[in-house]
Structure formats: C-alpha cells, structure tokens
Design a binder for this molecule. Structure first.
Ligand code: NDP
Ligand code: 2IT
Length: 446
C-alpha cells in the first residue's frame, strides 16, 4: 500500500492536473514532513493532508476596465483563501501576465505555513490578476484597481481577509485599492496592508521583506561564525524585495554586484553603493524604467536576458520570482563557491536546485522562512490599525529582527528534533505544518 503522503501527492496530481507550480510546492512540503506524519497517527486519523491541500475558498472573477483610448479590456481576477486555522486570510496580490490559478494556489499554500512561522495570528491567502501593469498610465492602473476591488470587496475585511502587495502591486496600487474599498463600504479600516504611512500604513513595511531576508541570512552565517561584512553578494530582481535586500546588505558592509529585471542583469564589479541604489529606486519606483539604464549612468556590464547566477559570489539572494534558479544555475553557483542561498522571492529555486543545495549542505534559507519579514510587518500593521496607534520605525524594525531570529531558531531546532540537522527546509515545513495542522484538528472537521 502507498504511504499516506504518496497517496495524497497522487490525489493532488489527479485533482489538479494542470497546476505545475501548485503540485511542485505540495510535493516539496509533504515529502519533507514525513517524520511528523510517521510519528503522529492523529494527522492520518483526521485526514489532515487531504484537507490541508484543498483551499477553503477560491474566487475567480471578471475585471472589465477601459484604457486611456477608450478600448474596453477584460482581465481575470483571483483570490485564493487557502487556510484560516490561525487567523484571517492574509497574503499579497500579484498583478503579472503570468498569473493563473496554479501560481496563486502555490503562493497561498506557501503563505499559510510562512504566516504560521511568524508566530502571528494570520491565515494564508493570495490573489491577483493576469493584468500587466507595464506601460500603463497611472489612470489606467487606477481604473483597473477600482474595477478589481468592485468585486473583491465583498470577500475581504479586516477580520476576514487582508490582502497586501506582491509582484506588480506596491504602494500606488494599494492606495487605489484602499480608496475604492473605503468608498464602497463607507468604512475606514485596516483591510489592506502596505498602506502609505500617512493613512494607516506601518513604518518599515516597504523595507520589511528585504531587511528580514538579510536578518535571516545573518542568522544562518552566525552558525558558521561568519558575517556579511565584505561578502560578495549577488541579488536578482530590482523591485521591492531586491531594493531593500541590497540596502540592508550595503549597510552591513557587504558588496552587492548584481541586480536584474525580466529583461536582463547588471553587473557592477565596483559594487552598488548607497547612492547608486537611490538612483535605482527612483528609476524603478518613479520612472518605472529598465535596469539596463543603469549602464548609461554608471560603469557596469549588462547581460541581456540573462540571470545573475553565473557570476562568482559568496552569497546569493534570489529576489525576483519563482523557479528563477534551475539545477544548471545551482551547479554554477556551487562551482563558483557560493555558500549561502537565501530565498527572498517565493520558490525561486526549483525542486532539483533545492535538493542539490541541501545535499551539498550549503546555507540555504527557504522562502517561507527567509522572506517572512514582509508579512510579519503586515501583521504589525494590522495590530497598529486595530489599536489606532503608530509604532516608530525603530520599534517595528526591532520586532521584525526578533521575529526573523525566532523563525531561524525554530527552524533549526525543529530540523534537529526530526533528524535533519541544519536542513532549514525540513525545519520550516515541519514547524509551519504542525502549527496549522494542530489548529485544524482542534477546530474540528470544518
Ligand atoms: P516587484 O514587482 O516589486 O519586483 C519584482 C521584480 O522581479 C522586478 O524586478 C521584476 O522585473 C522581476 N520579475 C518579476 N517577474 C519576473 C519574471 N517572470 N522573470 C524575471 N524577473 C521577474 O515585486 P516584489 O519585489 O514585491 O516581489 C519579488 C518576489 O518576492 C516575488 O516572488 C514575491 O512573491 C516575493 N515576496 C514579496 C514580498 C513583499 O512584501 N513584496 C513578501 C515576500 C515575498 P520586471 O520589472 O522586469 O517585471
Ligand atoms: O509573499 C508574501 O509574503 C507577500 N507578498 C506579503 C504578504 C503580506 O500580506 O504582507
């Protein structure tokens, strides 16, 4: 007879045949929690695995809008409310042409366990649209966001489901979405996080994912008595997570030599300085330009349509998107003596790459632990909104750091407890799973 885990993986394949990203994460998580399932018959008796891989609710809706020329467009909107065992559904919204149900189910499933690791009362969700924000005017973005919210509003609420940003959704989009929600509901409430600080946002939320990722890397390095000082770091992406990862790395004395976008990679052998990063922030966040433009302003090489993974480094911070590090890239990194890979993005390393990193026992920070700082500060934004209070940047940063240290400690200890010493993938998956699964059992068959 097949083991319980294998049966459920097979069932997931049968039920979700065209969802490769979702199946990738289901397989990765279920396979790594084997020791817990084998030691505790309660999970089998409650059929927790079959229940936990099924989203509680999936909403798909039409989003009609008109462009500046008056052409009528239609996109598909989604919200996957995956699990509410630990708190209101929580997770970002992604606007990118690649968005589909498979990608959002993978993200929402991951989010469920990530949120559990933060220690805050948050369930797991993800949503978004196949809308492409590139090349759109501010007014087009606003009309799209308003139409998107005209349906989403009935499914969310500050105690029900609290969306935030992700790829293609930053401060500007959260502003338009919030304005529309408030107008429809006549209710000023903490229904979204990532708001501007003047109207309910938390200080440090924009920085949180990148800073948190670097705090996590620091903790990993401490276990081998190293620090980030003077380490050569390569970072992919140039959006929210990448920018703040680079910012913190520079502050801690590391030398960052790459950033990228979906068109290519810049390689600055002199290192990206604080001033150069400021310029990149303006390029990306205000002018919405291409990373290639960096080479017109500063001395650097540009590799069209290339990722940074063949450039020698000590530490790599994939911070763009899923499956951006293949087995070939992983081999390149190892060949070049990279000894730390920290997942700032969600599932940036494919399954084979993760397997190789674990086999070679380099320091590997899995996404649901390494990038949990963003949602952790979102949780703090919810607390501040409920209390009608505002914490200082210093207070939030201190709490963020404590949470990242606690997540690292928990993942290490859990891995060790289940005979997987040093394997933070197993540690994160087991610790996150136990918390969610135990809450589900305690709440009955719901
Ligand atoms: P942004 O939209 O701010 O930036 C995304 C960056 O990644 C851009 O440089 C973008 O390039 C690049 N990128 C996006 N898609 C692709 C692709 N298919 N191939 C190559 N490059 C791509 O998003 P974030 O920085 O917020 O998100 C980055 C990652 O971090 C995502 O995986 C997200 O899920 C994850 N994450 C984000 C959190 C947050 O708080 N924002 C929290 C935790 C995780 P281009 O501009 O050319 O599209
Ligand atoms: O992947 C993620 O953790 C996010 N995009 C942030 C989610 C949030 O609710 O802040």
């Amino acid at each position: 007879m097949l083991s319980y885990i294998k049966q459920i993986i097979q069932l997931a394949k049968q039920k979700n045949p065209h969802q490769p990203e979702f199946l990738q994460t289901v397989k990765e998580i279920l396979e790594s929690i084997k020791p817990v399932i084998n030691q505790n018959s309660k999970y089998f008796k409650a059929n927790i695995l079959e229940r936990i891989i099924e989203p509680e609710r999936q909403i798909i809706f039409r989003v009609p809008w008109s462009d500046d020329k008056g052409n009528i467009k239609v996109n598909r909107g989604f919200r996957v409310q995956f699990n509410s065992a630990l708190g209101p559904y929580k997770g970002g919204l992604r606007f990118h042409p690649s968005v589909n149900l498979s990608i959002l189910k993978f993200l929402a499933f991951e989010q469920t366990f990530k949120n559990a690791l933060t220690g805050l009362p948050l369930g797991g969700a993800k949503g978004g649209s196949d809308f492409d924000p590139k090349g759109k005017s501010d007014l087009e973005i606003m009309r799209f966001c308003q139409s998107f919210m005209l349906e989403l509003f009935r499914h969310i609420g500050s105690d029900t489901d609290v969306p935030a940003g992700d790829i293609g959704v930053g401060g500007r989009e959260i502003g338009y979405l919030f304005g529309q929600y408030k107008r429809i509901q006549n209710n000023f409430t903490g229904v979204l996080t990532g708001k501007a600080v003047n109207w309910g946002g938390s200080l440090m939320r924009p920085e949180a994912t990148g800073y948190g990722s670097v705090y996590f890397a620091q903790e990993m390095l401490k276990t081998i008595n190293k620090s980030l000082e003077q380490k050569i770091c390569i970072v992919s992406g140039s959006g929210n997570v990448a920018q703040h990862t680079v910012e913190k790395l520079i502050e801690l004395g590391a030398k960052v030599i790459t950033m990228s976008d979906s068109h290519g990679t810049i390689f600055d052998k002199h290192g990206i300085s604080k001033e150069k990063l400021l310029w990149i922030k303006e390029l990306k966040n205000i002018h919405r330009g291409r990373i290639k433009d960096y080479t017109e302003k500063f001395k650097a090489e540009y590799f069209e349509n290339k990722k940074p993974w063949n450039i020698p480094c000590d530490c790599a911070f994939p911070s763009a998107t899923q499956n951006e590090i293949s087995i070939k890239d992983a081999k390149n990194l190892l060949k070049n003596k990279c000894y730390l890979v920290n997942e700032g993005a969600n599932m940036p390393c494919d399954s084979e790459a993760v397997k190789l990193f674990l086999e070679k026992k380099i320091l590997f920070g899995p996404a649901k632990a390494a990038n949990a700082g963003g949602v952790a500060v979102s949780g703090m934004e919810m607390s501040q909104n409920s209390m009608r209070l505002k914490w200082t940047a210093k207070e939030v940063d201190k709490k963020l750091k404590e949470i990242m240290i606690a997540i690292h400690k928990n993942c290490l200890a859990t891995a060790e407890q289940y005979n997987a010493k040093g394997n933070l993938v197993a540690g994160a998956n087991i610790a996150g799973f136990k918390k969610v699964a135990d809450a589900m059992i305690e709440q009955g068959i719901v």
